[in-house]
Design a protein around this ligand. Sequence first.
Ligand SMILES: [Zn+2]
Ligand SMILES: [Zn+2]
Length: 234
Amino acid sequence: MVPPKRQPNAKESASPEPRSVDALRVDLDQLELGSQPLVAGLSQAWVAEILSETDAIADGDGAVSLELTVQADRTVLVRGSLQLSYTVPCARCLEPALVDVGVETGELCVTFIPADRLRSWAEFSGAPEDEDEIEPLDASELDEIGYEGSIVDLRAFLAEQILLAYPMRALCSRGEACLGLCMRCGTNLNLAETAPDSCPGCGLALSANASAADEAADSPWKQALAKVKADDLS
Ligand SMILES: [Zn+2]
Ligand SMILES: [Zn+2]
């Protein structure tokens, strides 16, 4: 038997010792100037909390490995990597589809800047009388995040990364070969012993299932009907 490549729940042997997710709330007054590693585990429960408003399922622990560089002006550079996956329903058959949130070493990169300094930059960058016309600075586009006091909270930043990875459309491990659900009875067509010509649940020909799916997408009167039904519900 071949062991799985990676066991998210297994103890990491790498040093430094991973710490709990609370270690990602960093008090700068407790840190030396310069660079230091910060390795933390992302517990399944914590990830589940972040995903609780979605239909994604946290099915294991993750980990984050960061290097924090604290500058004398209290700018904090954060670089590192993130290892995490979760599952969402397959767009066709609703079985779990894997979403790899993993970010390679160095690709995770963000700068934390004292919030009052960010605000004064924003004021200098635009004429005050045209304030309503100015596009607000998008902190995420600049990869710069303001922080108040001495606390840099990396948990919110990581939560955002985790939610941003949520895909528009995911397929299960079958990929494009996924047969999806029967249009008529909802039977999972992947579960037949051999690739079926017809639905094992109701006998609907699979070609009919495919053309029914096409028709549902293309037929103008079906689209109109769907809209009426949607209006009834609202
Ligand atoms: Zn599927
Ligand atoms: Zn069927």
